[in-house]
Design a protein around this ligand. Sequence first.
Ligand SMILES: Nc1ncnc2c1ncn2[C@@H]1O[C@H](COP(=O)(O)OP(=O)(O)OP(=O)(O)O)[C@@H](O)[C@H]1O
Ligand SMILES: [Mg+2]
Length: 272
Amino acid sequence: MTTGQPLIDLQDITKYFGRVHALRDISMTLHAGEVMCLLGDNGAGKSTLIKILAGVFPPDEGEYRLDGQAVRFKSPREALRSGIATVYQDLAMIPLMSVSRNFFLGSEPTKRIGPFQRYDAETADRLTREELRKMGISIRDTSQAVGTLSGGERQSVAIARAVYFGARVLILDEPTAALGVKEAAVVLRYIAQARARGLGVIFITHNVHHAYPVGDRFTILNRGRSYGTFTKEEVSREEIVSMMAGGEELEALEEELARIADDSHLAGEAVQ
Ligand SMILES: Nc1ncnc2c1ncn2[C@@H]1O[C@H](COP(=O)(O)OP(=O)(O)OP(=O)(O)O)[C@@H](O)[C@H]1O
Ligand SMILES: [Mg+2]
């Protein structure tokens, strides 16, 4: 699974915002047909890293390779044309427009949609239904407003759309964050489907319990640094949680507290 040339290869990526060192020397790979989970607490640098991947801004240092070639995207559109699709949490959908209208919305035409440059509602409805069905998503009526779908269904439509428009890399920024358990499970199933169709998926999340069942490898960020990338065999859920929280800092804190407790205990004995 992780053999052969990676789709994406990041080497020592560094990014500053003024004096804030948002990312330091981050290296990571992504292969076709794998789910790489990017985990980290608030401010760890997850969004910054995906914005670099998605072409929102370039890194200050380091190299970004796609199919072994160094790239420097000037815009998200350029990254999308190279097959890197990003699904943000707010999804950029228009709630009052139909599911199928949204399915086609704002996506650059690729060779696969050449004949459909004029909007043809019937064909759009049919294609949307077919594509959703291929992903195992059943939406009764694709002419219904997207605003009537649940959060999980909307995420699923966005994932199916990216797959349909030829994405090879799917970046999902906290797709399950606002969802209940059942809805999250639905989205996780579609992540697994995208992988089965050969895409490389980068799944950003705070939630180890969502990441662990679908992830093949886990990259853990803490305050802009990487603790490394681990396979499921190499790391347990508990170890991931500990690294996300800055495990060493917690251990140091526990030792410090134990020492204080000991000292006060000894002080208490001396008084007696
Ligand atoms: N445009 C910006 N200007 C200045 N500082 C920024 C900017 N974007 C991010 N940062 C800083 O970079 C660091 C990493 O932020 P980032 O948004 O990448 O974290 P995150 O892991 O996505 O966090 P969260 O889980 O809260 O979304 C933070 O210290 C943040 O304040
Ligand atoms: Mg973020």
